[in-house]
Design a binder for this molecule. Structure first.
Ligand SMILES: [Zn+2]
Length: 84
């Protein structure tokens, strides 16, 4: 699996999202949730920036960090789930 994904946010901004673990994208310093293995949910998670993407299927805006496990980053969590 590809670990780094480039996601287009808005017209001119492209961000790199590390899909290996939520911890890799977290702005919280010395978080106790850091474990070995893949963390996909964390209550302490704080995104380093807000990255809202428009779903190419339903048009809803969603936060790419809420969708770290997605197969297709241009789909919101709901539409992504339907595609499985
Ligand atoms: Zn959608």
């Amino acid at each position: 699996m590809q670990e780094m994904t480039r996601v287009k946010v808005g017209e001119h901004l492209i961000v790199n999202v590390n899909r290996r673990s939520l911890c890799d994208n977290c702005a919280v310093e010395s978080c106790v949730a850091v474990q070995s293995g893949r963390v996909l949910e964390c209550k302490r998670f704080k995104a380093p920036f807000i990255a809202l993407v428009k779903c190419k299927s339903c048009g809803h805006m969603f936060d790419i960090f809420s969708n770290l496990n997605a197969l297709d980053y241009e789909l919101c969590p709901v539409c992504g789930e339907l595609q499985r």
